[in-house]
Design a protein around this ligand. Structure first.
Ligand code: NDP
Ligand code: OXD
Length: 312
């Protein structure tokens, strides 16, 4: 009898139950246990996690690897008690496609001045503004990983000049990809729309601050689909007040849900989305986890995890 798969989440009970069902359907031969079951979780070799409570994975003597149900593992790796075993994040082409769609929707919304027309509607104003061709609206994507590459390809197909910035500067087709501080400066200076798809790590926390906003073309727009803590909120508000930034579309926040009385909700130059850019799809995530579990059962080898010193 294989060891049980330990499911650890801080999700609402109904959502956790839906995950158990999806994972159970994808792996009919496996037992899925959680701490609350009273099952012998100490035997677990694999933990499948979604925002596990801090400390909840400590002291599992047989644990061989941790599988996240989210693409971003920033919260997970912040847990000092996390056992020293591979942490595998979710890499799902379905998610990358959803992210590309969300980025395209946000960029088109900004490009075609929808925030301006929404403000005009509130004022009952009928005024047409010139339409700029997509080829004249430069987009920079910070982070050219699974999400960034899919977004870059779709924007390119829509006719936008796209460039990327990443740690390694690894080329992606014909899309120029810069790296390092000089590359960052150059990427900002040519961004009419700046899209953030970086992971949150010690190097990227607070990267979107006054110094960065000042380097953008005046009135540029920001799309933050990475993590809330990439943005220094006071600096964002200051940049919107001076016109350094024209508009921001934010999907992620340091505290989620964004508290009802938060000042960002009513800012006229901010569009708020409730972390919906690319939500994990249960069925495809469960199928991908099932493949990795089957491979582990076959070979006894834990899959490769993220680089915990880099943080992603
Ligand atoms: P990947 O790990 O595939 O890609 C990360 C990219 O960021 C890589 O290009 C990497 O560079 C680059 N990067 C990392 N650190 C740095 C740095 N210090 N300087 C410059 N570039 C850096 O991640 P994904 O594309 O799968 O996901 C990115 C993030 O998107 C997730 O971590 C998560 O926070 C967020 N996300 C948000 C969702 C939402 O619904 N809003 C849904 C899913 C993810 P290199 O290529 O050199 O490694
Ligand atoms: C993720 C997310 O990281 O939804 O998967 O943000």
């Amino acid at each position: 009898m294989p060891s049980p798969l330990l499911l650890v989440t801080s999700l609402p009970a109904a959502e956790e139950a839906a995950w158990r069902e999806a994972l159970g359907a994808a792996m009919p031969g496996e037992r899925i246990a959680s701490v609350s079951d009273g099952a012998p979780v100490g035997a677990a070799e694999i933990a499948i996690v979604a925002n596990p409570p801090l400390g909840s994975l400590a002291g599992l003597p047989n644990l061989r690897w941790i599988q996240s149900l989210w693409a971003g593992v920033d919260r997970l790796v912040l847990d000092d008690t996390l056992p020293d075993v591979p942490v595998r994040r979710l890499i799902d082409p379905t998610l990358a496609r959803a992210m590309a769609e969300a980025v395209a929707a946000a960029v088109l919304h900004l490009h075609r001045d929808f925030p301006l027309y929404a403000a005009q509607q509130r004022a009952g104003t009928w005024r047409q503004h010139p339409v700029r061709p997509a080829g004249e609206r430069r987009v920079t994507i910070l982070g050219l990983g699974e999400m960034g590459r899919a977004a870059a390809d779709l924007l390119r197909a829509l006719g936008f000049p796209v460039r990327g910035w990443s740690r390694s500067g690894t080329a992606h087709g014909t899309i120029p990809v810069a790296s390092g501080p000089d590359g960052f400066a150059q990427s900002l200076a040519t961004a009419d729309i700046l899209v953030n798809l970086l992971p949150l790590t010690p190097d990227t926390r607070g990267i979107l601050k006054t110094d960065a906003f000042r380097q953008l073309p005046p009135g540029a727009a920001l799309v933050n689909f990475g993590r809330g803590a990439h943005v220094v909120e006071d600096d964002l508000l200051a940049a919107l007040a001076t016109g350094a930034l024209g508009h921001a579309i934010l999907d992620v926040f340091p505290e989620e849900p964004l508290p009802p009385d938060h000042r960002l909700w009513t800012h006229p130059a901010i569009t708020i989305l409730p972390h919906v850019a690319a939500p994990t799809q249960m069925a495809s995530a469960a199928a991908l986890v099932a493949e990795a579990v089957a491979e582990f059962r076959r070979t006894g080898r834990a899959p490769a995890g993220i680089d915990r010193t880099r943080g992603y």
